[in-house]
Design a protein around this ligand. Structure first.
Ligand SMILES: Nc1nc2c(ncn2[C@@H]2O[C@H](COP(=O)(O)OP(=O)(O)OP(=O)(O)O)[C@@H](O)[C@H]2O)c(=O)[nH]1
Length: 608
């Protein structure tokens, strides 16, 4: 019967014998005549040196460790590479990481009378305190800092670069400071780079454990600040919003301010991505019309509590200009190395213009698949990228109030009640427009899957794979075709001071226009969003392509080249948020459904 066990082969075994092993085995088991390199050894019968012919065996050296060798030469006790940073042979050093007290030099001398005469023995001792000791001293330092804060009554130093000194005691008493790697009387006083007290405690912020939503916690009921303007009957049913924090983020489309909002209607953290270069760049300020209104959050900037510190305001982002160590609240003019006070009155800085450009606004709904993993079932990633690009782009300033600029798609769109009728896509004689820095915002609403959530959207995708379109799939799951609401988005625009100025809205979706209009947002113009695949080419998103040297903007490229460049960008993981264009039959079906069944205001190209 054949064996069920596989035959063992020295070649297949993990520990297979090497040629060197076999040679050595042969050497050890052979008769004396083959023992070459061991000449001088006696044969197994003990009959004198072996007179063997020389056989060269391969070298079998182990890797050498220079530290180990030096340790052995020094004749010391056990030392490994892990002790390398501890320092050695210093008075008061620890003989082991686990020892709770340092060895005393005097005790070393008590080893015996002969010890004094014998050559000094190198003893390896760690200068790093045991962990328990370091933790104890750290704890003490923290307590001392907390007491210091309470005593001074101030929450925290106003300078972000300030640091807290470790109490002198931990340096002078105790064996060795756990927070340093060296010690000694003349050693300079070390400082921690950070206050060990949790920032949430010192700044009276909710800790992550307590933090849910500003409006769904006690904080909301105890706050005295009115958030959203008038308190009329209609205003009471409006959601309240509060910008909890903002920060500067460099992106492929320039620096933006990311704002995080809480609201009273849901537990979601909606976001506002503000592009307003005049807040960050003096050159942009100089190129913008005089007195340009900055896009800032009223709820973030207002005073949150009596006695709030400058540090609290900085941490939540309620500062002016660019936040830099030592230059908070001010912006540095890099060209001249001079500080420019961004808090000064800007009425006099900038170009003369009859009127500034209106903010370009996109209300964007979260789409994990399109924005994070680059799904080409939809064009959401591309739209987010395109929206940021469009807003950041310098805008032509037209001095006549009567001329509007539109993308070509607007001339194709049906007119919407309550909105200005679309005008021809290009003004006939633009009054020598000057380009001014763009301004605007993407309100990023966490309304995944047109409000049905990611789980349901994933199920809807499976129904789409069975042949249903995006609308039918939603209906089959018991949802509406679109369950989004725009009230919170409208409040965020109001908080940013944009609801009344007449924004230019980037969308093809009539429901967005109507929804925002119902919530009292003034829309001066609708700007269409044309899928990149429908206009062809890569004129859009070139900023990113350029910076990666993948595309060569301006030069005419064939369809094949464009596709190749697109493929390369996606392969390289460049901007999953649609640095390239989304395309494919699934996207075509999706876009067609949006136009044919959801009334999106854009013409389907003939080629589809
Ligand atoms: N339920 C569902 N949601 C989808 C599907 N594809 C994309 N979405 C979601 O649709 C939202 C984007 O909506 P769109 O209709 O593409 O665009 P829009 O924002 O309404 O319209 P525009 O402003 O013209 O772009 C995001 O929340 C996506 O998650 C889908 O097949 N089913």
């Amino acid at each position: 019967m054949p064996s069920l066990m596989p035959a063992r082969s020295p070649h297949t075994s993990h520990n297979s014998a090497q040629q060197a092993d076999l040679d050595l085995l042969a050497l050890l088991t052979s008769d004396e005549s083959t023992l070459g390199p061991l000449s001088g050894r006696r044969g197994s019968n003990g009959a004198g040196p072996v007179n063997a012919k020389k056989k060269v065996l391969p070298r079998r050296d182990s890797p050498m460790d220079a530290l180990m060798i030096s340790a052995v030469i020094a004749g010391s006790g056990p030392l490994t590479r892990h002790h390398f940073g501890h320092g050695m042979a210093r008075p008061g050093a620890y003989t082991s990481c686990d020892q709770s007290r340092p060895a005393s030099p005097s005790r070393d001398r008590e080893d015996g009378p002969s010890a004094a005469q014998s050559p000094p023995k190198v003893i390896m001792k760690s200068t790093q305190a045991p962990r328990s000791e370091r933790l104890r001293l750290e704890r003490e330092a923290r307590q001392a800092a907390a007491q210091q804060n309470t005593a001074s009554g101030s929450a925290l130093s106003t300078s972000p670069t300030d640091s807290i000194s470790i109490p002198r005691r931990s340096l002078d008493k105790g064996p060795i400071s756990p927070l340093s790697s060296s010690f000694g009387k003349d050693r300079p006083k070390r400082k921690m780079s950070m206050d060990p007290t949790p920032i949430t405690q010192t700044l009276q912020m909710a800790s992550p454990a307590q933090q849910t939503n500003f409006f769904h916690s006690n904080a909301a009921s105890t706050t005295s600040t009115a958030m959203n303007g008038p308190t009329s009957a209609s205003a009471q049913v409006r959601p309240k919003v509060r910008c909890m924090a903002r920060t500067r983020v460099p992106t492929p489309h320039g620096e933006v301010f990311l704002h995080l909002y809480h609201n009273s209607h849901d537990m979601k953290e909606h976001l506002a991505i503000v592009i307003d270069p005049v807040q960050l760049d003096p050159q942009a300020r100089a190129a913008a019309p005089k007195g340009r209104k900055e896009i800032r959050s009223k709820s973030l900037d207002e005073k949150w509590r009596e006695g709030e510190t400058e540090m609290e305001r900085l941490v939540r982002g309620a500062y002016t200009g660019r936040l830099r160590p030592g230059a908070e609240g001010r912006i540095e003019e890099e060209a001249e190395g001079e500080d420019v006070d961004m808090t000064q009155n800007h009425e006099e800085v900038g170009i003369d213009a009859q009127e500034d450009v209106k903010a370009l606004v996109r209300i964007h709904s979260e789409c994990f698949t399109g924005e994070t993993i680059g799904s080409m079932r939809c064009d959401c990633g591309e739209q987010l990228d395109e929206a940021l690009r469009s807003i950041a782009e310098p805008q032509p300033l037209v001095h006549s109030k009567t001329v509007h600029l539109h993308t070509s798609v607007d001339s194709l769109a049906p007119s919407i009640p309550g909105l200005p009728t679309p005008v021809p896509s290009r003004p006939e004689t633009p009054a020598s427009p000057t380009h001014v820095p763009g301004r605007g915002v993407v309100i990023y609403m966490r309304q995944e899957g047109r409000g049905i959530g990611l789980l349901e959207k994933i199920r809807a995708y499976n129904l789409q794979d069975l042949g249903h379109d995006t609308v039918t799939a939603n209906l089959m799951l018991g949802h509406g075709a679109d369950e989004r609401k725009y009230d919170v988005a409208a409040e965020i625009l109001r908080d940013l001071g944009l609801a009344d100025e007449g924004v230019r809205l980037l969308t093809n979706n009539p429901e967005k226009v109507e929804g925002l209009g119902r919530e009292g947002v003034k829309i001066s113009e609708r700007v269409g969003m044309v899928p990149r695949d429908w206009i062809g080419g890569h004129t859009h998103g070139l900023g990113l392509g350029h910076s990666h040297g993948i595309l060569h903007g301006g030069a005419a490229v064939s369809e094949e080249e464009k596709e190749y460049a697109d493929w390369r960008m996606r392969r390289a993981g460049v901007g999953l948020i649609g640095a390239g264009k989304a395309s494919g039959p699934e996207l075509e079906k999706y876009l067609r459904t949006k136009v044919e069944r959801m009334g999106h205001m854009i013409d389907i190209p003939d080629k589809l």
